[in-house]
Ligand binder design. Structure first.
Ligand code: NDP
Length: 444
């Protein structure tokens, strides 16, 4: 049995009941096999893979808070500090009822490679809670965030671990979390990113992940003598990543015709009117269904199936495992040429393979959505300098980072005779930097 297979079996045996974590590890180890095989003895002697798949630390804690009826509620809180070889742990906080240790370990593991690809000095981590912010009052969200941070603040810091937002954690939540950190620790420092502009946030952070997805898509298309101009695009989700992916794709000449939320999807043959989506989602916190009531010619379909809409480019920007093999087969049959993951692991493993086998050019989330964490790292730099950069400066840096990521993953794939396999390219290029740093730092 190969070293990568051995380590995968060990991960499954030692981490029971964590299917998402197994899935993420399997994908990475499978693509690293070509790298490991060239130097197996060295990596084995240092137990590099065993160390890579084991988080440095997992903090798990109780989050008690009082709801508007005066009832005491209790949620679970976590922070997975996965790997700090190349910098302080960095990765988002997710507040969603599905959050558990498996999901956070999968996200933390992916984050290690993603952060490495940005070229910036950030390690990998992830955290969150099974708290559901949907339908909660502002006061309840604040009470929850304050309780969550009262515990988490013992383990994080500007040079230790710098969380950011993720699903269910936007500007409002980051504000409440930052306020409580400052109050308890008495430190005004860049301990969280995604902050408001009046208290240390970076311009372009809100747009960064979605913009980055489209910047790297643009590089991929250029490399294949193609462009976004005139292309039909489907974007899944209607949250932070989706909205700004739609905005940038539209600016670059594409027509985005569909978006969704977890209830259903909208189709607008005239091209999505993003002002309406922003009003529904960012202002009213409503459902995507309302779009069809407000925009003439648009339709709403309840349930899943957004992949049935014909497109050239499909950008899954909602959640993990949202796109399966049947979805990909439909996309292929309808002539889709590109899938670029805005969300983390939105495509199942079989669906990813099916897409690549059918000639779809596929960019994995850990490369394609790295613009978010990269801009978070730029926010950390600005906080350390006590300076703020202009939108143009941050956007230019983000753009360059995405261009560089494309070059790195494309080059890594070519070096191993895997041209156009960007899944392997991203895993290999991310791995090379982290492992070099781990080896240099000894057995820690
Ligand atoms: P948001 O919470 O802002 O938006 C998530 C969107 O996805 C919502 O529209 C949500 O709909 C929809 N959604 C959730 N589950 C499903 C489902 N099963 N089917 C269809 N739609 C669904 O999150 P973000 O935009 O911030 O994050 C989206 C993804 O991108 C996540 O995987 C996240 O980890 C990843 N990511 C985010 C980054 C960021 O900077 N924000 C950075 C890198 C990655 P509903 O409102 O109904 O729940």
């Amino acid at each position: 049995m190969s070293y990568t297979e051995e380590v995968y079996e060990r991960v499954v045996a030692q981490n029971p009941g964590e299917p998402e974590f197994h899935q993420a590890v399997k994908e990475v180890l499978d693509s690293l096999k070509v790298v490991i095989d060239r130097n197996e003895e060295k990596y084995r002697s240092l137990s590099i893979l065993e160390r890579l798949v084991e988080p440095e630390r997992i903090i798990s804690f109780r989050v008690p808070w009082v709801d508007d009826n005066g009832t005491v509620q209790v949620n679970k809180g976590y922070r997975v500090q996965f790997n700090s070889a190349i910098g302080p742990y960095k990765g988002g906080l997710r507040f969603h009822p599905t959050v558990n240790q498996s999901i956070l370990k999968f996200l933390g593991f992916e984050q290690v490679f993603k952060n490495s690809l940005t070229g910036l000095p950030i390690g990998g981590g992830k955290g969150g809670s099974n708290f559901n912010p949907k339908g909660k009052s502002d006061r309840e969200v604040m009470a929850f965030c304050q309780s969550f941070m009262t515990e988490l603040c013992k383990y994080i810091g500007a040079d230790t671990d710098v969380p950011a937002g993720d699903i269910g954690v936007g500007g409002r939540e980051i504000g409440y979390l930052f306020g409580q950190y400052k109050r308890v620790r008495d430190l005004y420092e860049g301990v969280l990113t995604g902050k408001g502009l009046t208290y240390g946030g970076s311009l372009i952070r809100t747009e960064a992940t979605g913009y980055g997805v489209v910047y790297i898509l643009n590089e991929l298309m250029k490399d294949h003598n193609d462009s976004l101009n005139g292309k039909t695009v489907v974007v899944t989700g209607s949250g932070n990543v989706a909205i700004y992916a739609v905005q940038k794709a539209t600016q670059l000449g594409a027509k985005v015709v569909a978006m969704c939320d977890s209830n259903g999807y909208i189709y607008d043959p005239n091209g999505i009117n993003l002002d309406v989506v922003k009003d529904i989602k960012e202002v009213k916190r409503g459902r995507i269904k309302e779009y069809a009531d407000r925009v003439e010619g648009a339709t709403y379909t309840e349930g899943v199936g957004i992949w049935n809409i014909k497109c050239d480019v499909y950008l899954p920007c909602a959640t993990q495992n949202e796109l399966d093999v049947d979805g990909v087969k439909t996309l292929v049959a309808n002539g889709c040429k590109y899938i670029v993951e805005g969300a983390n692991m939105p495509t199942t493993r079989e669906a990813t393979e099916c897409a690549m086998d059918n000639g779809i050019l596929f960019l994995p989330g850990k490369a394609a959505n790295a613009g978010g964490v990269a801009t978070s790292a730029l926010e950390m730099s600005q906080n350390s300098q006590r300076l703020s950069w202009t939108s143009e400066e941050v956007d230019a840096k983000l753009h360059q980072i995405m261009v560089d990521i494309y070059a790195k993953i494309s080059d890594a794939a070519k070096r191993y005779d895997l041209t156009d396999n960007y899944v392997a390219g991203a895993n290999i290029a991310g791995f090379e930097k982290v492992v070099d740093a781990m080896i240099a730092q000894g057995i820690v």
